[in-house]
Ligand binder design. Structure first.
Ligand code: FCB
Length: 445
């Protein structure tokens, strides 16, 4: 089956439902000479951190090829394009604006507007300026205020060119993978750092929302969170408690402060040195009302009880996985959306990322990524099922527009619905891209 098909009566088959493709600056742009170094440049230059020892110096060369790439996006027929801005391209070391960077993004935004494609802009997708990391990065509360200043200068310069702003992409990854597990930049592996970094990221989000409400009141302003739903390995009470703990630690930790103004109750069980440093008024800043919630979903995780660490992740044998090793389990997507909708009073939801890494091959100018088509079909239907059960999902973005720099995996894992030949920079729309295009084109008014 090379087509994507949804239930005939699904609101996802209406033109009111937004379809888009997503990218992030560091993963596609290259163009390093025109910006300051960021933590991912440093991380890539550290031997052993990125599987193929690659970096973001050229990536998809989008910095030079953005005009053609916008033609490509247009040819897919999407309503929207989710891109991120490179903070070190926009703000100089002394805090002033780098006009070259602003002009670069304004040209992109103007072109998108001319093509009738809505710009969904993410203000932070992990590329913290290195000089700010040198002062403590997200462990330093002051970084949140520097972020707010960057956001203010940027949105004022952009005027009415943007449809939607997301403050952060996946603060879990920045905080946990970057400061606690050490597998993402800046590579700190310290159990005492994760929640402290997370709190400053969430504070940065809240401060940025204040700024957006004031200086960009006409855009849709929100945040993008990732969820990896936690399931118990067995029905035993112990495994269930383990999965709930992991869920609070990895997932609810990032949404509950925003929606409810408090961290999950497990905060009290953490040793003092692991707890975030919360100042009076922080939770009010963090929990301001949003116009939308962006949700990124790829897979689930399975946990069992572990005496020492409360929980332990289990790799189930004989289950379907994508090329990056993530289990294909679409029903977790439906269950996630329903459970979030039950637990919290949510604003409208956009699926801001969903997709699969596959071992693609371009043969005679064609990429037959049947596995990815199946993945998209299952996951689009999982969203349709949640909508039919009352969840207010307004849009869906495929991750990603094109193959790109997949962080610690370098260029070895391909997530695009468009194939990129990194030697020639030739782009080829994969079967999944064609199927996505057909689905979008088939919608009724
Ligand atoms: C998400 C990131 C995105 C991409 C996908 C595969 O966690 O937001 O940049 O790497 O995973």
């Amino acid at each position: 089956m090379m087509n994507l098909s949804l239930p005939v009566n699904s609101p996802m088959l209406s033109k009111n439902f937004t379809y888009g493709v997503a990218t992030a600056a560091f993963q596609i742009e290259g163009g390093v000479a025109d910006r300051l170094p960021c933590i991912w440049d440093t991380f890539c230059a550290t031997p052993g951190k990125v599987v193929d020892n690659s970096n973001g110096d050229v990536a998809c060369d989008h910095y030079n090829r953005w005009q053609d790439d916008i033609e490509l996006i247009t040819s897919l027929g999407v309503d929207a394009y989710r891109l991120s801005l490179s903070w070190p391209r926009i703000i100089k070391k002394d805090g002033s604006v780098n006009q070259t960077g602003i002009n670069y993004y304004i040209a992109i935004l103007d072109r998108l507007k001319a093509k009738g494609i809505k710009a969904y802009v993410t203000l932070y997708h992990w590329d913290l300026p290195q000089h700010i990391e040198d002062e403590g990065g997200w462990l330093n509360r002051n970084t949140a205020y520097k972020f707010q200043d960057y956001v203010k200068k940027t949105v004022v310069a952009f005027g009415d060119r943007v449809h939607s702003y997301a403050t952060l992409n996946e603060p879990f990854c920045s905080a946990y993978l970057g400061y606690e597990a050490g597998i993402h930049a800046p590579g700190h592996a310290d159990i005492n750092y994760g929640k402290k970094a997370a709190h400053h990221l969430l504070l940065a989000h809240g401060l940025a929302i204040e700024t957006l409400k004031k200086h960009s009141p006409n855009t849709q302003n929100g945040i993008v969170l990732n969820f990896t739903p936690a399931y118990p390995e067995t029905d035993s009470i112990k495994d269930k408690i383990a999965a709930e703990y992991a869920d609070d630690y990895f997932n609810q930790w990032y949404i509950k402060p925003i929606m409810d103004g408090t961290y999950p109750a497990i905060n009290q069980q953490l040793p003092k040195q692991q707890q975030p440093d919360i100042l009076l008024g922080d939770m009010e800043i963090i929990s301001q009302e949003l116009d939308f919630l962006g949700i990124n979903f790829y897979t689930r995780a399975v946990y069992r009880h572990n005496l020492d660490n409360r929980f332990e992740e289990v790799q189930l044998p004989n289950v379907a996985r994508t090329d990056i090793g993530w289990e294909i389990y679409p029903q977790a997507f439906t269950e996630l959306l329903i459970s979030l909708n039950t637990r919290y009073t949510l604003p409208p939801i956009y699926i801001t990322e969903n997709g699969a890494a596959m071992d693609d091959h371009c043969i005679n100018g064609e990429v037959n990524d049947q596995g990815r088509v199946d993945y998209y079909n299952q996951h689009l239907n999982a969203v349709a099922s949640a909508i039919s059960q009352g969840v207010d999902v307004r849009g869906y973005f495929a991750w990603s527009l094109m193959d790109n720099f997949e962080w610690a995996e370098g260029y070895l894992k391909r997530f695009g619905i468009v194939h990129v030949d990194y030697k020639t920079q030739i782009r080829t729309i994969k079967a999944s891209g064609l199927a996505f295009r057909n689905l979008i084109a088939s919608r009724a008014d």
